[in-house]
Design a binder for this molecule. Structure first.
Ligand SMILES: [Zn+2]
Length: 93
């Protein structure tokens, strides 16, 4: 662009391409940059999309426990090992 006088205007550089324009020809974009008409970009519509967070949890749960080993004695004097999770919960293990 050639330098010329225009009352009330001045030379300015485009923030994207760096070419020289008159300040009145530059447009401020959504990022706050002063750009020429060829470099002007509107903000992408996906920036305005509202996304709801996913439900990543289950509707209900139980307290966590580890299956234990319970020992019970029988009438014959022997012992039996039970790995039942239900038995360990009854014993409070
Ligand atoms: Zn430009």
């Amino acid at each position: 662009m050639k330098n010329y006088y225009k009352p009330g205007d001045w030379n300015a550089l485009c923030d994207r391409c760096g070419f020289k324009f008159k300040a009145s020809e530059l447009i401020e974009d959504w990022q706050g940059l002063r750009v020429c008409r060829e470099d002007f970009e509107t903000r992408h519509p996906m920036d305005f999309l509202k996304v709801y967070p996913d439900k990543v949890y289950v509707p209900w749960t139980r307290p966590d426990y580890t299956p234990g080993v319970s020992v019970s004695s029988s009438s014959t004097g022997g012992t039996a090992l039970a790995t039942s999770a239900l038995a360990s919960r009854r014993l409070g293990l």
